[in-house]
Design a protein around this ligand. Structure first.
Ligand SMILES: CC(=O)[C@@H](O)[C@H](O)C[C@H](N)C(=O)O
Ligand SMILES: O=CC(=O)COP(=O)(O)O
Length: 266
């Protein structure tokens, strides 16, 4: 049976017209119960009202996600590590495709640190996950970071290598770090035929966040998988609205900030 129809149907549940505004909240394993994740119910309600296409968590949080996601998409992340453990780059499996389906996911997600000593194992696990997910018609979001000894995490050539690896092993969407400007990031986007989305990193000002999203879209990317810049905001609905204006309505930075009521920053 051709499972492509399942993959495309589910991709439509986590995007709008091929554009992606995903808000990952898997950081509860990585960082712990940080701001925005303690009352995750209210954060999810706010960001999905603000225009997020999908939210992403680990499987255990699913009961807190579904009643609050306002009909938007849901992605389950299946590996993790902590900042207080022996090595944050050593992400270990936390779930399977079957687990994700059991808790009502539309897609699965997996983090690989390309360039780290764990890359070989993580690459095999990602390739196996892609095969298993294809059996069920479930899309895979690969979080492909360039991370490891001596690696510049924003180097466009390393990022291009990471996103290409994700395509080669069978992922459907790839997330990576932003290289810092639209011109260099366009080389990352060109490295793969997959839709490319960016991580936000630690939170900056509203203008910095929206400028980064504008640069990403100008580079030809498909959107964002932006966590802390959104869920740690004092008004997660407003910042989601601003990011959505750029991704879904192609707004410029000023228009996006004004439309979200974030024109004047405190
Ligand atoms: C906390 C971070 O540095 C993030 O960039 C993570 O590496 C990304 C991932 N979502 C995670 O929490 O592991
Ligand atoms: O899962 C994590 C991400 O996709 C990115 O999170 P960030 O907080 O925007 O770096």
């Amino acid at each position: 049976m051709n499972t492509d129809v399942g993959i495309s149907a589910r991709l439509e549940r986590i995007s709008t017209g091929g554009r992606y505004l995903i808000v990952p909240m898997d950081h509860g394993i990585t960082l712990g119960p940080v701001k925005g994740l303690v009352d995750i119910e209210s954060t999810i309600d706010s960001i999905t009202r603000g225009g997020a296409d999908a939210v992403l968590t680990h499987k255990g949080t699913a009961p807190r996600v579904h009643p609050n996601k306002n009909g938007k998409g849901y992605i389950v992340h299946v590996n993790g590590s902590t900042v207080i453990g022996p090595d944050e780059e050593d992400k270990r499996l936390t779930g399977t495709v079957e687990d994700a389906l059991r808790v009502g996911a539309d897609a699965v997600s997996f983090h690989i640190n390309v360039g780290s000593e764990y890359e070989p194992d993580q690459m095999t696990q990602l390739a196996n996950l892609c095969s298993r997910a294809a059996d069920f018609g479930v899309p895979v979001l690969a979080m492909a970071y360039a991370r490891g000894p001596g690696i510049d995490e924003k180097d466009p050539e390393s990022l291009a290598h990471a996103v290409r690896l994700a395509e080669e092993v069978g992922a459907d969407v790839v997330k990576t770090a932003y290289s810092g400007d639209a011109e260099s990031f366009s080389r990352v986007v060109e490295a793969t035929r997959l839709p490319v989305v960016i991580a936000g990193g630690s939170r900056g000002t509203d203008r910095e966040t929206v400028e980064m999203v504008r640069g990403t879209m100008d580079a030809g990317a498909a959107g964002v998988s932006m966590g802390r810049s959104i869920f740690q905001h004092d008004d997660p609905e407003a910042i989601t609205r601003a990011v959505s204006a750029v991704i879904h309505d192609d707004a410029d930075v000023e228009t996006a900030l004004e439309r979200a009521g974030l024109g004047i920053e405190a």
